[in-house]
Write a protein that binds this ligand. Structure first.
Ligand code: MTE
Ligand code: MO
Length: 246
């Protein structure tokens, strides 16, 4: 009798605990599920796709909502087909010589927006890690599980920057803190944000968007119509490549 009673109580306790665990899991996963589309992440530990508030003038794309990156524990890993794989802290990268450029980020889904971007050339990293002769390009692995590939030629173009500063301020979580690519002659999807790892590879790889959408792997901006957010999406002709006329 006693044993049965104890078993029953234990059973109840176990059931109670698993219910609590399920409730906790629900509480943790719910914000992610709800925000998997467009959300307002202001004031939360999360960041993701947003068009709210001030981001109406510069949309934010993230493949998946992710936790904001802690600047102290973040590291950039540079690995793959290199002689000297290396890990960099944010402070290491802030010491590299920088360049500022005003350029327009053009999403393949119509909109565009301009900012002042400040950062360093890929050659700063390459001097240190020394890519092997067969290293043709780099796969960027991002904190939201986004992946993108750039050839070394595109990465080392004089207009391409590894950016840590936007409009004179540290890159926001929304725009890819602590490090992103800006490559103005390619569509937005070739401008990976929140980079964790750069993997030098011998063969080109498809990135996240060119795998799921009807988008080219190369991502060079094509002639067509642009809808710049600062001009209320008023349509503008574009001629292909970087948008420099506005
Ligand atoms: N990590 C990561 N980087 C990313 C993306 C993404 O989903 N995840 N989206 C790309 C796309 S499609 C665009 S248009 C730009 C948008 O940059 P923004 O969010 O700073 O406006 O980020 C690119 N970089
Ligand atoms: Mo995009």
């Amino acid at each position: 009798m006693r044993t049965i009673e104890r078993l029953t109580r234990r059973g109840l306790l176990v059931r109670g605990l698993s219910w609590l665990a399920a409730l906790a899991a629900e509480a943790v996963s719910r914000p992610v599920r709800v925000r998997a589309d467009i959300g307002d992440f202001a004031g939360t530990d999360w960041v993701g796709k947003t068009r709210a508030g001030r981001y109406r003038k510069f949309y934010i794309n993230y493949w998946k909502p992710m936790r904001r990156i802690d600047p102290e524990s973040w590291r950039l890993e540079v690995t793959g087909r290199v002689r000297q794989p290396a890990v960099f802290r944010r402070d290491d990268l802030l010491e590299f010589p920088t360049r500022t450029q005003s350029s327009r980020l053009k999403c393949v889904e119509c909109w565009s927006a301009r900012a002042d971007w400040n950062g360093f050339a890929a050659s700063e990293l390459e001097r240190r890690v020394r890519p092997l002769p067969d290293a043709r390009g780099v796969v960027f692995h991002c904190a939201d599980e986004y992946k993108e590939y750039l050839s070394r030629e595109a990465l080392n173009d004089s207009r391409t920057l590894l950016v840590h500063t936007i409009n004179g301020e540290p890159l926001t979580d929304e725009h890819g803190f602590p490090l992103r690519v800006i490559i103005p002659f390619k569509y937005g999807y070739k401008n990976p944000k929140a980079i964790l790892k750069m993997e030098y590879v011998a063969e080109p790889r498809p990135g996240t968007w060119s795998r799921i959408g009807p988008y080219s792997r190369d991502g060079t901006i094509l002639p067509g119509t642009d809808h710049p957010l600062e001009f209320d999406k008023e349509p503008r002709r574009i001629f292909g490549g970087a948008i420099t006329q506005y």
